[in-house]
Write a protein that binds this ligand. Structure first.
Ligand code: NDP
Ligand code: 1BO
Length: 318
């Protein structure tokens, strides 16, 4: 399995397992299965509500000596209601407790969106904290302090635009090492890729298969599906591969990590095997031409000051 190298020599497997939308009851056998077939990178988040189940699975895998802690890469994410400086370390400790781990390999600010501490998922404009009340740099400085405790090996962000990354880099003591964003052939974000490459930020592609099971509040009628693109099917047929494998191989080959989610054992194998699929330059070009700058998780679920334009620092395409 190819890896991303970090400045301190740590290696993040380029393909990991996504865990969003798998509830706490269902996740334990999924994680155990994934580890048994060779997954060594698990993408978690406090808001997914399943870190307790993941922790049980990890502990059982360690106890059974299927894998060691050092062989596994575990990412988690700070939820939007814990952005205040005093709330960051307690949120991290809660995640570590749930996952039954002493440290995380990577901790990310999940969204550049802050809600009040008592709010889980915001329901009204009153639930948000404005950027004047809680600038991102305050949360980042608390992430830096967490890094210094040794409880996390790397820190990063998620859903940050290039503009927000530039601002953060100008203010931070420790640079974010990862930005986790939506990436697939319909949303390729070439400027983001170029910028992250230029400053040494590793990009991780979430929703690499188009997140077909995303909840209704992230769905918009008529959204295209990367898995259904004829070009992807043609390339898959040429390699005796599946469309999902082509999407994942494309992400890996352009130098991003990919974290597809599946609860199905066969698809887990299929997705993992994508890391061995080689696409030709011509096929990479064909896929490049599919870009529509189409955000499937467009963030319109957020309210208050967090408009589409604020969030992505761009106007919505008409
Ligand atoms: P994905 O793009 O991974 O798509 C998941 C969907 O694809 C599910 O319906 C799954 O179904 C299906 N699927 C999986 N494998 C195959 C296959 N081989 N062939 C056909 N269908 C397949 O979407 P996610 O939104 O889950 O993104 C991946 C991960 O990224 C998340 O789970 C999460 O960890 C992370 N993420 C992070 C975000 C952030 O804000 N930082 C936002 C969104 C995601 P089934 O399970 O039934 O196989
Ligand atoms: C609201 C959470 C999106 C998936 O990470």
């Amino acid at each position: 399995m190819r890896t991303f190298s970090f400045d301190n020599g740590d290696q993040m497997p380029i393909l990991g397992l996504g865990t969003w939308k798998t509830d706490n009851q269902a996740i334990k056998p999924v994680i155990k299965q994934a580890i048994s077939i060779g997954y060594r990178h698990i993408d978690c988040a406090a808001v997914y509500g399943n870190e307790v189940g993941i922790g049980e699975a990890l502990t059982e895998a360690f106890d059974a000596k299927e894998v060691t802690r050092e062989q596994l890469w575990v990412t988690s994410k700070l939820w939007n209601n814990a952005h205040k400086a005093d709330d960051v370390l307690p949120a991290l400790k809660k995640t570590l407790h749930s996952l039954q781990l002493d440290y995380l390999d990577l901790y990310l600010i999940h969204w550049p969106v802050a809600v009040k501490p008592e709010v889980g998922f915001p329901q009204s404009d009153d639930d948000y904290l404005s950027l004047e009340e809680l600038p991102i740099i305050e949360t980042w400085q608390a992430m830096e302090a967490c890094f210094e405790t040794g409880l996390i090996r790397h820190i990063g962000v998620s859903n940050f635009s290039v503009k927000k990354l530039k601002k953060l880099l100008a203010q931070s003591r420790i640079n974010p090492e990862v930005n986790q964003v939506e990436l697939h052939p319909l949303l390729q974000q070439p400027e983001m890729k170029k910028y992250c490459d230029s400053v040494g930020i590793n990009l991780t592609a979430y929703a690499p298969l188009g997140s077909g099971d995303r909840p209704a509040f992230f769905q918009e009628e008529g959204s295209p599906n990367p898995l259904e693109q004829p070009v992807i099917h043609e390339i898959a047929a040429a390699h005796d591969a599946t469309p999902a494998q082509v999407l994942l191989a494309w992400g890996i080959q352009r130098g991003t990590a990919v974290i597809p989610k599946t609860v199905k054992a066969q698809r887990m194998e299929e997705n993992l095997a994508a890391s061995g699929l080689e696409l030709s330059d011509q096929e990479m070009m064909q896929i490049q031409s599919l870009d529509q700058h189409c955000r499937l998780l467009n963030g319109k679920v957020w309210g208050g000051p967090y408009t589409y334009e604020y969030l992505w620092d761009e106007k919505e395409l008409g």
